[in-house]
Design a protein around this ligand. Sequence first.
Ligand SMILES: [Zn+2]
Length: 237
Amino acid sequence: MFFKKKKPETSARKAGGMDYTLVRSARRTLALQIREGGELVVRAPHRTPLREIEDWIFKKRRWIERHQNRFEKIAGHAPVYRDGAAHFYLGTRYPLGIIKGVRHRAELRDGVIILTLRGAPAPEKIERALKAWYLEEARGVFEDRLSKLFPPFAGRNHDRPEIKIRWMKSRWGSMGREGVMTLNAKLMLKETGLIDYVIVHELCHMEHMNHGREFYALMDQMLPGWKGRRKMLKGDL
Ligand SMILES: [Zn+2]
């Protein structure tokens, strides 16, 4: 008998919200590869059932995420706005799940950031919806953190500041003389310990408007170990 060797077949597929390229060829085992830019390539024998391949991808998802993250870091973590792309919420990464619906809606459910959008999910539309959601969520989160952090400042005769939330490109927060603390909505991507650091920093400005020695002495008193947190935020705007 003579068998003609089958040629490799390549197809673009999707498993569990993850895009991948499947390459079937005359090999005997399954293999994964993350290409530069984070593209996932799965190599498989011609005859392995698709379900078996996708179960295997699911088992390897931690490895895949870890390696894709590495590529995103190299690429200067430019966010990707498409179904399945991972985005941070309070320091944890969640995949985006894009659903078509009659009304725009966003929520975090079962470990997925679900965005319901009308019409075609263009990247700009996804970005807008995601940012609007962060902004919406920020109100409750920031007020809650401020409630936890404010008491020692109340004890020093300060009034609780009003919080304003905006997307800013050059700073995490600022404190105005008129008692308004402006916080960057991008803090919603960070763990709460880092949000706390920015809030305490701005609260200390109610007492010292500069970054002098007394300001840092107050920081030390209000949030010991704040320097480590500052380091984690540095250069990340
Ligand atoms: Zn400052």
